[in-house]
Design a protein around this ligand. Structure first.
Ligand SMILES: C[S@@+](CC[C@H](N)C(=O)[O-])C[C@H]1O[C@@H](n2cnc3c(N)ncnc32)[C@H](O)[C@@H]1O
Length: 350
């Protein structure tokens, strides 16, 4: 995967992929070394795809219009990911401002920090912490001050989704894992093994509003001892629709597979509880007139953001909030289909 590693090994040459366009994650060496192949990367992005090992930041214009970061301010990016949003924010707060950036993923956070440091951001300008945003109030106590603006772009990044080894991909075979931090907690495979049929059904329905939760839970429960790979699970769900695999499913059935993976991911990473802690602590982490933007990707997240923002307005913490979720523009949806499900909400502290 790492072309530079291969180049430094004298007798090992990179295995060339057959054909013009590599299909497998590991073979996409240009995308893994995206900084070296800017023209190829531009072409991939122009075709509406996201190069693997990268992530395209969503709703950047809308976020900057609301957060209005200016030189000298202190901001927090609660979900650093690939650092696309962070870079835009850093450019606006420099030279004297700073950005704190958190992420739960111990693998990608190292790569992203290295990339941002290579762009010249100093330790004073950018503070990167491997941390759960549920503990946002601890960051504030550590910093000794509150933030001018906060951004949280929820869920998973394209780098996590596209890498089969991380176990998020229902299309490509990988371990049935789904952990954002693979060093902590239990994998999806372990979770499935210890849940009852009814608990599985509740997770599929409550986390992802899956309409076929009952019949999918029945088959997942029946096969629970044999689900080792992501593809074992997607095949089991396809069987609930009398299909052999993901590829044979209709678009609606494919959506069910996506929702079941999402529902399990939410439970594996305790995502709703982390989000609720974050939303509860949020008003106490902002300066007066401080701005916050949250990008959600499904109704379970958006409902929570809306509820906490409305409550914060009623309780007098916020002076204004977005009353409707803002969607990505049609141009962005066309150029980056992954932005289609984004729901943006904002709030301004009193
Ligand atoms: C959609 S991506 C963020 C992409 C980023 N805005 C960018 O421009 O590249 C979401 C990120 O949030 C991280 N994440 C998810 N839950 C988290 C949590 N509870 N605490 C901290 N980071 C979390 C994921 O690991 C992932 O890297």
């Amino acid at each position: 995967m790492d072309e530079e590693q291969n180049a430094s090994a004298p007798y090992k040459r990179r295995v060339r992929y057959p054909g013009k366009n590599p299909r497998h994650f590991k073979d996409k060496y240009k995308e893994h070394n995206h900084e070296k192949y800017p023209d190829d990367i531009k072409k991939i992005i122009k075709s509406g795809k996201t190069p693997v090992s990268t992530h395209r930041p969503i709703c950047v214009t809308e976020i900057l219009d609301i957060l209005k970061p200016i030189a000298g301010e202190a901001g927090l990016d609660a979900t650093l990911g690939f650092g696309g949003h962070a870079r835009e924010l850093l450019e606006r707060v420099k030279p004297d401002g700073c950005l704190y950036a958190l992420d739960l993923d111990p693998i990608e956070i190292i790569r992203t920090e290295k990339r941002l440091r290579n762009l010249g951001y100093t330790e004073q300008q950018l503070v990167v912490k491997h941390s759960n945003y549920a503990g946002i109030h601890k960051v504030v106590s550590e910093m000794g001050d509150t933030f001018d603006f906060i951004l949280a772009d929820l869920g998973v990044s394209s780098m996590q989704l596209d890498n089969p080894e991380r176990g998020f991909s229902f299309k490509q075979e990988g371990p049935l894992d789904l952990r954002l931090n693979p060093n902590r907690g239990h994998s999806a495979k372990e979770l499935i093994k210890r849940l009852s049929e009814k608990e599985l059904e509740d997770i599929f329905f409550e986390n992802s509003d899956e309409p076929h939760a009952k019949k999918i839970a029945a088959i997942v429960y029946k096969r629970r001892g044999h689900l080792h790979k992501t593809t074992d699970l997607s095949i089991a769900i396809a069987t609930a629709f009398n299909k052999k695999s993901y590829k044979d499913c209709t678009d609606n059935e494919k959506r069910s597979i996506r929702r079941v993976f999402q529902a399990l991911r939410i439970t594996v990473n305790d995502e709703f509880s982390a989000l609720e802690h974050f939303l509860r602590n949020l008003p106490f982490c902002l300066k007066s007139k401080g701005r916050v933007v949250i990008l959600s990707f499904h109704s379970g997240e958006d409902r929570r953001v809306m509820r906490f923002f409305k409550q914060g307005l009623q309780d007098g913490f916020y002076k204004d909030i977005s009353h409707e979720a803002i969607r990505s523009s049609s141009e962005e949806q066309f150029s980056n289909p992954r932005s289609k499900s984004a729901l943006l909400r904002w709030a301004i502290k009193k």
